[in-house]
Design a protein around this ligand. Structure first.
Ligand code: FRU
Length: 713
């Protein structure tokens, strides 16, 4: 247990307010000696205190003389002292020289429900909260309180430690607790409603007191505040801290926190690079950065430091949204969407090193100021114009680009631009507009691939990933056939050009509620790498990349062939949650055949894949988990033609089930078995006989070697 500090200097900045008097009175009642100290006396007294505490609710009167005291605060921190800033005092971190980006949500908060901090799972070992075993700490239950928090920007030097809980609701995007490592001293900002002057229910007041005591002990101790990880080893430590039974072993996940779309996929100097939409502040979608990982073989990954962060004064200040990588005559270049208030602005960055770790943003960003003026682009609640995500290719001697959008009364669209130099763009008209489906209002992440005889365009329509096969004539995409790329939990895919193959990764969003994601501390995975091609019949083929076989560590079953009689259930002699199953199923006279995975011995927990005569494959999650916070539905896809044996490749990976049917159709599900013994696999036939042919099962290994191989750091 961290010891409480011996002497705390209680900072005051003028006459003591009722709130400050109440806080001081509380401190006087603890084992810590409290000594009031004026800011202007700090220069002579700073060494005397283990910690300083500035508790201020009211805004400072301008002009603030605070920066004059920054050197004294710095000296105190440099001598190993701590500093706690509570309520609105936290808004002054810039004036005190601690931070360059101050909190952007400062003001009075009216509390009607018990409100407090929602601590991050990643930081649940922090000394400030070591006396708690809950992440949700409600510290105030009534009144209007002056508070401070980060909301649409993040501190540049500090690490967010907690968001907000209000009543029964998590409010992840409100971030009132930040730690700054001021080596050797440390600073905590707690802008949550920690009021000592207002009445509060006993339990709430007790939580408040324990939290403040914990924070004072934490800033006074010698343990450095956690910072953002800087190298593969620190990222790996973060990954280990959140290792859990539901964390995929070989599907890519971020080391911690939030992940959505794959971005900027590129092979560079022989190494594969995957960037991804990433929020370093927790497992929720906000303040988006570009996370980064690299691999030699597409299946074993090395975490790299964050590649792109929002620039506080740039056109991407609120987020670096999805985009692509381009080889511009030897210079790796990114095009991505910057978020700035209600605007979405295409931006460019170029690599400053061959490991693709450092990126320089183009000084004249954005490279496109606004959507084309003569196009009726949709305005929505959050965006002045829905206009984002980029795919760039070379054609007709120029760079070509498509951007996703929605057109008023017409639907989702991909707008085409062209350029000589990737920096000046000319609008060329829509490549395709989805006018036929009224619920397709916006297309995100459009991507165009050249599959030889055919072009493939896919778009994410806020629900599904729709693909079109066809060609481009006179600048317009002419659709020959269309389909859905994956019928399950799969979104916003992007592809990597590798020789003549296209290797596609999609985002596998969670199928559990936000609270469950918060408690896990991580959210989102990527699909396996898939190779997309067109078969001789002109239809799409999707197969796992050949490299996926390298994940096989043990063959558990070898080409078994057997018949299932009507009503028979056969349990396989294999057990596990990280398996690959490869088989062929024929419905002789059965109405349906079933494959159960993640199955408990009593079958109470199970996920059932059912293939029936109607040519439909169903993933039934209604008994997949005992956890009420996860999806319990069925997902379906047609797998025509039904009169052939169905060939299946199924990848089980703890909370992922990725299914390939006939090398054409995919359905990926997120599944969260709760029981340790939900590891079984069984097969059954319904109402008649079915055959199972060439059934092989492998155990698959880890996508993250425990420590990076030598020479790979
Ligand atoms: C798709 C998407 C993109 C956007 C990004 C933001 O999932 O909404 O349109 O660029 O995610 O993270």
């Amino acid at each position: 247990m961290t010891d409480p500090p011996e002497v705390v200097g209680f900072l005051h900045d003028g006459p003591r307010s009722a709130e400050q008097a109440a806080a001081l009175e509380w401190l006087d009642g603890t084992s810590t000696a409290a000594e009031p100290v004026r800011f202007d006396a700090l220069a002579d007294a700073a060494d005397r205190f283990d910690a300083l505490w500035w508790h201020r609710e009211a805004p400072l009167e301008a002009p603030s003389p605070l920066s004059a005291h920054a050197p004294a605060v710095e000296r105190h921190l440099a001598s190993g002292g701590g500093l706690l800033l509570t309520l609105r005092a936290m808004a002054n971190v810039d004036a005190l020289g601690i931070e360059t980006v101050p909190p952007d949500a400062v003001g009075a908060e009216t509390i009607t429900d018990p409100t407090g901090v929602l601590w991050r799972r990643l930081h649940d070992g922090h000394p400030a909260v070591e006396s708690f075993d809950d992440l949700r700490l409600r510290v105030c239950d009534r009144g209007a309180v002056g508070t401070a928090a980060y909301e649409s920007v993040l501190p540049a030097r500090g690490e967010v430690l907690a968001s907000t809980v209000r009543g029964d609701h998590d409010v992840p995007h409100r971030m009132p607790v930040v730690g700054w490592d001021a080596d050797p001293g440390s600073v905590l900002g707690v802008g949550a409603p920690l009021s000592f002057d207002r009445p509060a229910a006993e339990a709430v007041a007790a939580t408040r007191d324990r939290l403040v005591a914990g924070c004072l002990a934490a800033v006074a101790d010698d343990v450095p505040e956690p910072g953002r990880p800087r190298d593969a080893e620190e990222m790996a430590a973060m990954r280990r801290a959140l290792d859990a039974d539901d964390r995929p072993a070989y599907h890519f996940t971020a080391p911690a926190n939030w992940l959505n779309d794959p971005n900027g996929l590129v092979r560079w100097n022989g190494r594969f690079h995957v960037f991804y939409q990433y929020n370093p502040a927790g497992p929720f979608h906000d303040t988006i950065h570009w996370g980064h990982a690299s691999s030699e073989d597409l299946v074993r990954w090395r975490d790299e430091p964050v590649a792109l962060s929002p620039s506080p004064d740039g056109p991407d200040r609120n987020g670096c949204w999805s985009g692509c990588a381009i080889d511009d005559d030897g210079t790796p270049t990114l095009l991505y969407t910057g978020g700035d208030g209600r605007r979405q602005l295409p931006c460019l960055a170029t690599a400053a090193d061959d490991a693709l770790r450092r990126w320089e943003k183009h000084p004249d960003n954005p490279v496109i100021e606004a959507p084309p003026p003569d196009v009726d682009v949709l305005e929505t609640e959050h965006w002045e114009a829905e206009f984002r995500d980029h795919c760039v290719w070379r054609e007709a001697g120029r760079w070509q680009q498509i951007i996703g959008t929605g057109l008023v009364d017409r639907g989702g669209a991909a707008l085409r631009y062209s350029s000589e130099d990737l920096r000046e763009w000319r609008y060329e008209g829509p490549l395709l507009v989805g006018e036929w489906a009224s619920d397709d209002t916006v297309w995100e992440c459009p991507e165009l691939l050249d599959l030889g005889d055919r072009r493939l365009l896919h778009v994410s329509n806020c629900e599904d990933v729709v693909y079109f096969l066809g060609d481009i004539r006179d600048g317009r995409f002419v659709v020959d056939r269309r389909g859905i790329l994956d019928h399950g939990d799969f979104y916003a895919p992007q592809s990597l050009a590798d020789g003549d193959r296209h290797v596609t990764f999609g985002w596998l969003p969670e199928a559990r509620d936000l609270d469950a994601q918060w408690d896990a501390g991580w959210s989102g995975a990527l699909s396996l790498p898939r190779v997309l091609s067109v078969g001789p019949d002109g239809d799409l083929r999707q197969r796992p990349a050949a490299e996926v076989r390298q994940l096989r560590t043990e063959r558990l079953l070898d080409d078994a062939t057997f018949e299932l009689s009507a009503g028979e259930r056969r349990r396989l002699d294999v057990a596990g949650r990280t398996l690959e199953l490869d088989l062929e199923v024929g419905l002789r006279d059965a109405a349906a055949a079933e494959l159960s995975v993640f199955e408990s011995p009593d079958r109470a927990e199970r996920t059932v894949l059912q293939y029936g005569r109607d040519g439909e494959l169903v993933v039934d999650r209604t008994a997949a988990s005992d956890d009420p916070r996860v999806a319990a539905d069925t997902q379906r896809m047609a797998v025509p033609p039904y009169d052939e044996p169905l060939s299946l490749r199924c990848f089980l990976d703890r909370s992922v089930l990725e299914v390939y049917a006939n090398g054409r159709h995919c359905l990926t599900s997120r599944i969260y078995p709760t029981r340790d013994d939900s590891v079984g696999v069984s097969l059954a036939a319904d109402d008649g006989r079915a055959t199972v042919r060439d059934l092989s099962v492998w155990r698959l290994g880890d996508g993250y070697p425990r420590s990076p191989p030598d020479g790979e750091r």
